[in-house]
Design a binder for this molecule. Sequence first.
Ligand SMILES: Cc1ncc(COP(=O)(O)O)c(C=O)c1O
Length: 458
Amino acid sequence: MYSNSLIELDRAHLVHPVASYRGHEQQGVRVLSSAKGATITDAQGRQLIDGFAGLWCVNAGYGHETIVEAAARQMRELPYATAYFGLGSESAIRLAAELAERAPGDLNHIYFTLGGSDAIDSTVRFIRYYWFARDQPQRDQFISMEQGYHGSSTVGAGLTALPNFHAGFGVPLDWQHKIPSPYPYRNPVGQDANAIIQASLAALRAKVEAIGANRVAAFYAEPIQGSGGVIVPPKGWMKAMRELCKELDILFVADEVITGFGRTGPLFACSEDEIVPDFITTAKGLTSGYVPMGAVFMADHVYQVIADGAGASAVGHGYTYSAHPVSAAVGLEVLKLYEGGLLENGIKAGARLMAGLESLRDHPLVGDVRGRGMLAAIELVVDKAAKTPLPAEAQPSRRIFDRAWENGLVVRAFANGVLGYAPPLCCTDTDIDAIIERTERTLDQTLEDPDVRRALKD
Ligand SMILES: Cc1ncc(COP(=O)(O)O)c(C=O)c1O
């Protein structure tokens, strides 16, 4: 009764992100009611392993009392403090310092946002300001990757390269350009790492040349393309792209909104990629999704140019909730948990996850297995040699998601038949084994679908 009335209220009033509004009205909401560790419970009492950590964000897992206590303590003492007018709060200052200490190289300056989209949006503003300060305001062109995702703000949605975020919204804007994704499984140059890297370098060079060498402001890349289908570039790809940007005098933004905070192993994927970008954007794992917060990491040399350029004037960029003390208190506690064992456990669990997914490689529907740490995917096909995707009528994003749900597993089911995994770092061996076993069951059931069978035979 309670649940049904919630479904009606949701249908009537709650606008869901990235949903078919009509489809959602028909389907109705699935209400989640509680969670602990890596397990969530819905309003019907069904327990599921959250193989996607909410939206690749609850890296620490659910139900950490110390996080709740840190938030409550901060709320009691000082629930809000603006960072405008030269004011500040202890938790935000300490979190900025702790993050700067751990960030690669000279990424010493932290601007806090509410999430990833406004972190990306902030970098666009900072980068424009930077080039104005360097007397090169004509550097107003931005390049990002096909299949990349950089959020859903008015500007960021155009750096994003996913069709749903463009159609009907009038983006990308004319200063937003793309180069092809490195996508090893489907790269026209094949799967050889060096060939893929060379192709991306050539594409970036060619794009910069086409736009005009002194027109390009920045290049954006995710260390692993998350929402594009968990696309893992070959080792050395980020480093090669970063070096080329240096050579071309283009700022390099590493979007670590998904990959940050243990998702691929270390706190920052960039450390493993051995690069120091000019900016890193983060969110999600920063507070493990317990409260909203994102952070822009700005390299010292960028900060100095902006600071000198502004002189005594204010740099006119700010949000009411930038450096929110409660979010910062949560961030500090989450960082303690990561370094108190969760990162280590995530590395162990990630190895088990990858081994488990690899064991499914021989399944008739599995075309590719890829990942790094606790960020992984399998790509389903009906013809392994031709890499033919599942037929559209199989509606992978709905049918496979629903089926996995019935089997007690939350996965990200992409429309093209990629299944994405990003479980909490706290997963036990039993949790990981359940993810694999429930995935296999889901694949076996999908294999019995008449439309999939037909496509397999063709
Ligand atoms: C790489 C990347 N950048 C930016 C964003 C946007 O973050 P948010 O949804 O917190 O606005 C996301 C969200 O998934 C992301 O994956």
